[in-house]
Design a protein around this ligand. Structure first.
Ligand code: NAD
Length: 481
């Protein structure tokens, strides 16, 4: 793999330094592959290739031609779903069904943006007598895409699919812990006939390749998905060139449950919301806020369900609800959160189990529920990024909203009640980019604009708004008398 893990223009090649990065299987802790450790010099080459494509064959393509290339790519992804599922499952430690959802979503992003490419256009604006004013929706130019390790295929699809559909040329820096599916997707792009340089991939570390991409003076826009801390570094680097950024950052999203909830219907969704991808999900519903009169009943039902859940290797015979965490580093981070919480006397209300085979050296964490977590405790405020739920009661609607909005984050919220007026009051009052009523998550939600407020970031990806984010407006004023 090292010789082919950087895609610069039409060529796969090693890093200029010939350094590599080990690829570790999260289910076993064993190295099974290596990748090129691209750095600033490789990013510079990738940006030159992207600029060449934007100024050349790719930039000259009409919207309908771009749409057709993306459609061919989507069809190839669809034809390779099994292979992509297997790659993502091993590389990221995702149970097969979850990895399959990611592959299907990735296909849908390219299908969606292929269909959208020739439907984005400007407007005419009423102005003074004797003038016609129109706006052109133009691509930014060269766009940088920094991708995290938790949903590589989905995040690549939503970001690169939208950027290419809008006519940009892309340089992608996948996360060092999860690159394999993105590299395969790039091979399929070339097979689909994507012009040389429209897509470039530089695997490497964040502080090397990622930092250079963020700071590069010839990159016109950066789409960053990752932690709030790294997001701040990327913004600072891009600010030196006054370049626009989209920030898709973390969350501590509330599930607000009232006593009139249909608990049977809600239960699988409430639990899946915090264990999905072993809790390594930006939109995880990791805070359970329950009306006090129903608190014991709801928490008891959640705990019963979680006690029967299993974390284990992706190929475990007993079909795990959770795969491993991504890395030894992530496991140590989650462990330190749990230790601190226990040290602070926060009660563990339920713990799941580890599967047979979880002793083979992987990075496993059984799902856990903590009850009566004080609202200002770090477990109720910070992103654990593991399968850990913090539960707490609220008194009434006003108190529910105060608790829901009482963190620095604002990515998603779930509202569980049969009362229509209350649904809408809370949906309007909650500060977040997405709200789900009597549901949570959208199986990818390809068509649904997504992004945060507050520390969860700004700008929107997914849906048509996601493609608009990868364009800029040029106003043309014509005086014709
Ligand atoms: P991270 O911030 O550590 O890394 C994300 C990416 O940034 C990686 O590709 C990394 O190599 C790169 N990077 C690291 N340092 C960099 C630097 N100095 N300059 C430029 N790039 C750098 O995040 P992570 O641990 O990979 O992902 C987990 C975080 O991502 C969580 O906070 C999660 O909530 C967030 N996330 C958000 C969304 C969303 O859409 N809002 C989606 C998925 C994950």
């Amino acid at each position: 793999m090292p010789d082919r893990s950087l895609l610069i223009g039409a060529a796969w090649r090693a890093a200029k330094t010939h350094e590599t990065i080990d690829v570790v299987d999260p289910s076993t802790g064993q190295v099974f592959e290596s990748l090129a450790r691209g750095d600033a010099a490789d990013i510079d080459d990738a940006v030159v290739a992207a600029r060449g494509a934007f100024d050349g064959a790719w930039g000259r393509m009409t919207a309908v031609e771009r749409s057709r290339v993306l459609r061919r790519w989507a069809d190839l992804i669809d034809a390779h779903l099994d292979e992509l599922t297997a790659l993502e499952s091993r590389d990221c430690g995702k149970p097969r069904p979850a990895a399959r959802v990611d592959a299907v979503c990735c296909h849908r992003y390219f299908e969606y943006y292929a269909g959208a490419a020739d439907k984005l256009h400007g407007e005419t604006i009423p102005f003074q007598d004797g003038y016609t004013v129109l706006t052109l929706r133009e691509p930014h130019g060269v766009t940088g895409h920094i991708v995290p390790w938790n949903y590589p295929m989905q995040i690549f699809g939503r970001s690169v699919g939208a950027a290419l559909a809008a006519g940009n040329a892309c340089v992608v820096k996948p996360a060092e812990d999860a690159c394999l599916s993105i590299l395969r997707l790039a091979e399929l792009a070339l097979e689909a006939g994507l012009p040389t340089g429209a897509l470039n991939i530089v695997t490497g570390f964040g502080a090397e390749a990622g930092a250079r991409l963020s700071a590069h003076p010839d990159v016109d826009h950066i789409s960053f998905t990752g932690s709030p801390e790294t997001g701040a570094l990327v913004q600072t680097a891009a600010a030196a060139n006054n370049r626009p950024v989209t920030m898709e950052l973390g969350g501590k999203s509330p599930q607000i449950v009232f006593g009139d909830v249909d608990l049977e219907a809600a239960l699988p969704i409430l639990t899946n919301a915090f264990i999905q991808n072993a809790g390594q999900t930006c939109s995880a519903g990791s805070r359970l806020l329950v009306e006090r009169s129903a608190y014991d009943r709801v928490l008891g039902a959640v705990c019963d369900r979680v006690s029967g859940m299993i974390a284990g290797p992706v190929d475990a015979a007993d079909d795990p609800n959770c795969g491993p965490l991504i890395s030894a580093k992530q496991k140590a981070r989650v462990d330190s959160f749990l230790e601190r919480a226990r040290g602070d006397g926060i009660a563990v209300a339920a713990t799941g189990k580890l599967a047979t085979g979880a002793d083979r050296g992987g990075f496993f964490q059984a799902p856990m529920v903590f009850g009566n977590v004080p609202r200002d405790h770090f477990l109720a405020q910070q992103e654990v990024f593991g399968p850990v739920l913090a539960a707490m009661p609220f008194e009434d609607e006003v108190d529910a909203l105060e608790a829901a909005n009482g963190t620095d984050f604002g990515l998603c919220a779930g509202i569980w009640t049969a009362d229509g007026g209350r649904q809408m009051r809370l949906a309007r009052g909650v500060r977040s980019g997405q709200v789900f009523i009597n549901s949570y998550g959208a199986g990818g939600g390809i068509e649904l604009p997504f992004g945060g407020v507050k520390k969860s970031g700004f700008g929107r990806e997914k849906g048509f708004d996601g493609m608009v984010s990868f364009t800029t407006v040029k106003t043309v004023t014509i005086r014709h008398g």
